[in-house]
Design a protein around this ligand. Structure first.
Ligand code: GDP
Ligand code: IMO
Ligand code: MG
Length: 422
């Protein structure tokens, strides 16, 4: 399979978890390189649904090495809960899951600050997952963060936490929020530190040993291109590099060791949280929500929905260097008679064939649509390209061509088996 970076080509929740699970069959190692438990990656296997937040989706296949690498921000208490949840479902993690020593920690003051900042922003809020992701990456950039190697060093952790709580409690008080108790935070996080210690290692060395063995590594992206801190719809973004480059800095594996980039995108568009979404459409949102689809895997919020936006996915193709496309949720369009695809934007009397950086302009962009006839046939049971209705094949070919990459996977349901290799 070679070394593969998998990224979301839209606004997150493209179905990366499902595609990672499918591709893991061919991989030896699966690595998360950025983001934190803001991610929610859903995998359905034989009637069982798994939602992964920090643990790579590769954990659901036996004998795969799974790595939470240096670029991830880790809430240790939440990671322990996730590991315990997996263990209850019979998924073993010890010996297959490894946590980077240098991953930064998310602590309760990050979560609290995340919430307080959102309250202060009022109607201009980002709509974060309130998992403390922004403040944790903020501390990392400010060089005031705590890392996994601090957590598992009891003396050092105690001293550093005391200092951090002193500072952050003052900030919380200024927001009018309740200060945090050192005793409670210290107790809970030290307990999590002891639990996680057997998983902790130097993951850069581990990954390079795997490379020397000739192992195939799959880099599991979280969030999506337009949530990238540099390339997304700033400030309505997350705080990490969700694009392909993030896989290199977030793991310590160099760009020239990567063999291909797979972009995952839905056959339509969704977004959770605030910020521009040019093809947003109430009708398609109502239709998908009525089917019980498109509710956030992490926060349960209804996702905003719209038509497929090829201006956006073409941009994603460019900044990620996407070679191959996996299109998911094709079945979501099974009942639509006329399917629209955005092929350009219009704003302020100008035409755009790229995504403008100024979100005020992007917010004013009106999509220019092409229309495709719907197939109006269930696709759930299709397993081969030729099982798909001709109109569904034409639609897939068209959106791949507009995006500018080769279609290699089409997904027609959440299950592993509902996957068509093109
Ligand atoms: P991720 O964050 O990119 O991993 O995506 P999420 O798991 O948050 O959201 C994708 C949702 O779509 C999940 O509920 C998946 O089970 C579901 N899903 C993925 N592919 C398909 C598909 O082809 N058809 C249907 N019906 N559901 C899918
Ligand atoms: P996966 O990996 C969709 C969104 C939030 C908000 C913005 C910032 O499942 O695709 P944050 O909590 O990161 O500071 O929130 O980013 N967001 C996601 N949207 N999927 C995700 O992850 C997301 N992770 C963050 O809704 O708009
Ligand atoms: Mg998700």
């Amino acid at each position: 399979m070679a070394n593969t970076i998998l990224v979301g080509a839209q606004w997150g929740d493209e179905g990366k978890g499902k595609i990672i699970d499918v591709l893991t069959e061919q991989a030896d190692v699966v690595v998360r390189t950025q983001g934190g438990n803001n991610a929610g990656h859903t995998v359905h296997i034989g009637g069982q649904k798994y939602v992964l937040h920090l643990v790579p989706s590769g954990i659901l296949r036996k004998k795969k090495v799974c790595v939470i690498a240096n670029g991830v921000v880790v809430d240790p208490v939440s990671l322990v809960k996730e590991i315990e949840g997996l263990s209850k479902l019979g998924i073993k993690t010890i010996g297959s899951l490894f946590l980077s020593e240098t991953a930064h920690l998310v602590l309760p003051y990050h979560r609290e600050l995340d919430s307080q900042r959102e309250i202060l922003k009022g109607k201009n809020k980002i709509g974060t997952t309130k998992r403390g992701i922004g403040p944790a990456y903020g501390d990392k950039a400010a060089r005031t963060g705590l890392r996994v190697l601090d957590l598992i060093n009891p003396e050092r952790f105690k001293k550093q936490l005391a200092w951090k709580l002193k500072e952050n409690n003052e900030i919380l008080k200024a927001f009018g929020a309740k200060p945090l108790s050192f005793k409670q935070v210290h107790g809970a996080y030290r307990e999590a530190g002891d639990f996680l210690k057997p998983y902790v290692t130097n993951t850069v060395i581990l990954l390079h040993e795997a490379l020397r063995r000739g192992d195939d590594i799959l880099f599991e992206g979280a969030q999506g291109t337009f949530l990238d801190i540099d390339h997304g719809t700033y400030p309505f973004v997350t705080s990490s590099n969700t694009t392909a480059g993030g896989a290199c800095t977030g793991s310590g594996v160099a760009p020239h060791r990567m063999d291909r980039v797979v972009g995952v995108m839905k056959a339509y568009t969704t977004r959770v949280g605030e910020g521009p979404l040019p093809t947003e459409n109430a009708e398609i949102a109502d239709m998908l929500h009525a089917m019980g689809r498109e509710f956030g895997a992490t926060t349960g919020r209804p996702r905003r929905c719209g038509w497929f936006d090829s201006v956006a996915t073409r941009h994603a193709c460019m900044v990620n260097g996407i070679d191959e496309l996996a299109v998911t949720n094709l079945d979501g369009l099974d009942t639509v008679a006329a399917i629209r695809v955005c092929i350009g934007y219009r704003a302020d009397g100008k035409q755009f064939d790229y995504v403008p950086n100024d979100i005020e302009i992007l917010g004013r962009c009106q999509p220019v649509y092409a229309e495709f006839p719907g197939w109006e046939t269930p696709t759930h049971d299709a397993r081969k390209w030729n099982d798909l209705p001709a109109r569904a094949r034409s639609y897939l070919k068209a959106i791949a061509e507009l995006t500018g990459a080769r279609l290699t996977i089409a997904s027609v349901g959440p299950g592993r088996e509902q996957t068509i290799f093109v």
